[in-house]
Design a protein around this ligand. Structure first.
Ligand code: HEM
Length: 560
């Protein structure tokens, strides 16, 4: 036997292959959890909290505490650039200075795209659209979409909110009247209710779909989103990150195959049981943490949501195609505006394909309803804790609604205290408490060398409550501060709830108008109090930060 075939024969024997594979995996694990963070990483000399558990890093602390709280502590102790290590040795830099932030989000934004993992997590749950693309593709998409978010269009849309808000007021009134025999109101799960009204509003404004989640919880879109939102938690995000780290997994999870095989991920499936048994062997009895059911639920829910979006798209296209013979209704929702622009351009500029259109609609639905529901919930929470502020706001909105029971864009915009209350709530309880970017090439931030591939954690909630910008009372609820901002306030970065730069929130003005309309009517008609003495806020952060207890509040009708 000549030498080469003998070597090949030796190295391809199953026991040898198994040994090589085991050694390779062991090396990879050791490299990630010890060699890289302790000895090799160019970032290892940067200040930061201890590396922590070798497998999980500081992840347990992040899970245990409120979003932004450990990061604020680390920045205060070690800042302004902190290195923290997460699961399997994954390093991230947390920054607090405006200058590096300007570079990341604005001037050099193309060098700091969304990391692949977050891109796929957002893409799978809220569509592959504006958030997940970069460069020229992003510029063209954003240019095509800007008109749908223009002030004239928002002015025309405001009226769409009120039928839905009126329906919501009826539901809340009936719930109170059914139980309120003693005049003490009724305890309602406000987040649960608000996520339905915001879903109804975004369905109407994003694609002209009458969802009716407020009155009919069995609506198919409301059910699918309900399932998705119930999954939002830190452990589930970790689970998704691990699954998406498998090469090709993101593409698989978007495919028809994944939908057909979704039951494989169920906790009672063979795969689910293997994962659960190995968790039990490791004496971790919190099987929920290990169960992979959320993957199957997400695939299933997103498939149903996409099917509805495709159906509405087909109906709208048919309307426009037959518009010459049968005049199409004048629609102002975002999907119709994008389609009308596509028909008008006839081949010029950026053409949105049908498949892309579905992804865009998913993004508007996903990005545009849970964020507003959480902000409205936290606003009611803050007002229930600060009755004097609630009463001041009630004076302003009662006068507003007395003039016009359906306040228009201009009068909502010109309500100073309403504006201040919402801005202050967004500041303290930013529904998106953080975001991530990744250095696409070797670079530097504030004189610190940043190697290509470094994860950068942008601590939105910490920026919003940073004492150097907001003063010593930065963590207190004081809407009046918006009427005399401190000299240290930085218009671009002190309030980061909508982020900044080319990827900053396209729906900002729309969200503000919608939240003002809902809050004005709610505060004019109802009074909100804590549900029980000693109640505390329970923020839980997944991608967004919502109340984990769905925010029980005591609601009573305002007596005129
Ligand atoms: C209180 C409400 C809202 C908050 C706090 C919020 C927050 C944010 C934040 C922080 C980002 C940037 C994320 C990042 O850079 O990683 C963002 C982007 C985005 N938001 Fe919002 N959002 C809200 C409402 C809405 C609404 C109502 C819509 C649409 C109907 C919307 C659509 C989008 C889209 C499409 C992007 C991606 C923009 C791009 O990458 O060019 N958002 N939002």
């Amino acid at each position: 036997m000549t030498l080469l075939p003998a070597i090949i024969e030796h190295w391809t024997r199953p026991p040898t292959l198994a040994l090589v594979f085991t050694l390779y995996i062991t090396y990879k694990v050791l490299h990630h959890i010890i060699l890289w963070p302790y000895f090799l990483s160019p970032l290892r000399h940067l200040p930061g909290p201890p590396l922590g558990n070798p497998f999980l890093g500081q992840f347990p602390t992040i899970l245990e505490e409120e979003a932004g709280v450990p990061q604020r502590r680390w920045l205060q102790e070690y800042g302004p650039i902190v290195r923290a290590v997460g699961p399997i040795g994954m390093e991230r830099l947390i920054i607090i200075s405006p200058e590096p932030l300007r570079k990341i989000l604005i001037s050099d934004w193309l060098d700091f795209p969304l990391p692949g993992l977050l891109r796929h997590m957002l893409g799978l749950t809220t569509g592959y659209s504006l958030m997940t693309v970069t460069g020229n593709e992003h510029k063209m998409m954003r240019k095509a979409m800007n008109p749908a978010f223009s002030i004239p269009n928002l002015m025309a849309q405001t009226d769409m909110y009120y039928d839905i808000i009126d329906g919501f007021v009826d539901v809340l009134t009936s719930a109170i009247e059914a139980e309120d025999v003693s005049g003490g109101g009724k305890v309602c799960l406000m987040y649960d209710l608000l996520r339905k009204i915001t879903l109804d509003i975004i369905c109407a404004t994003a694609f002209g779909y009458k969802c009716n989640a407020t009155k009919d919880p069995s609506d198919p879109l409301a059910k699918a989103y309900g399932e998705l939102l119930d999954l939002q938690s830190g452990p589930n995000i970790a689970k998704f990150s691990l699954v998406l780290a498998i090469p090709g997994m993101a593409a698989f999870l978007r495919s028809e195959h994944a939908y057909r095989l979704r039951h494989w991920f169920h906790v009672n499936s063979v795969l689910g049981k293997i994962v659960a048994i190995s968790a039990a062997r490791n004496q971790n009895h919190d099987l929920n943490l290990y169960a992979i059911a959320p993957i199957g639920i997400t695939v299933d829910a997103m498939y149903r949501i996409k099917a509805i979006a495709r159906r509405i798209l087909a109906e709208r296209i048919a309307e426009l195609e037959t518009a010459d013979s049968t005049p199409a209704p004048k629609r102002r929702d975002i999907m119709s505006l994008l389609l009308q622009a596509r028909f008008a351009e006839k081949g010029e500029g950026y053409q949105i394909s049908d498949a892309d259109m579905v992804e865009h609609v998913l993004t508007f639905l996903g990005a545009g309803h849970e964020t507003t529901a959480s902000t409205l919930s936290w606003t009611l929470w803050l007002l229930a804790n600060n009755k004097a502020t609630q009463n001041t706001l009630r004076k302003e909105v009662t006068a507003l609604v007395a003039d016009n029971p359906r306040p228009d864009y201009r009068s909502l915009k010109d309500s100073p205290f309403l504006d201040a209350v919402i801005m202050e709530s967004l500041r303290l309880f930013s529904p998106v408490p953080m975001t991530l970017r990744k250095a696409a090439k070797n670079t530097e931030l504030d004189g610190t060398f940043i190697p290509k591939g470094t994860l950068i954690y942008i601590p939105i909630r910490v920026f919003n409550t940073w004492k150097e910008h907001w003063g010593d009372n930065a963590e207190e609820f004081r809407p009046e501060r918006w009427h005399s901002l401190p000299g240290t306030y930085n218009p671009a970065f002190s309030l980061l709830s909508f982020s900044a730069g080319p990827h900053g929130c396209i729906g900002r003005t729309m969200a503000m108008m919608e939240m003002k309309a809902v809050l004005a009517i709610l505060i004019a008609k109802f009074e909100f109090d804590l549900a029980y003495p000693g109640q505390v806020a329970k923020p839980r952060a997944g991608v967004t930060m919502k109340p984990s207890d769905c925010l029980p509040l005591r609601v009573t009708k305002v007596i005129k």
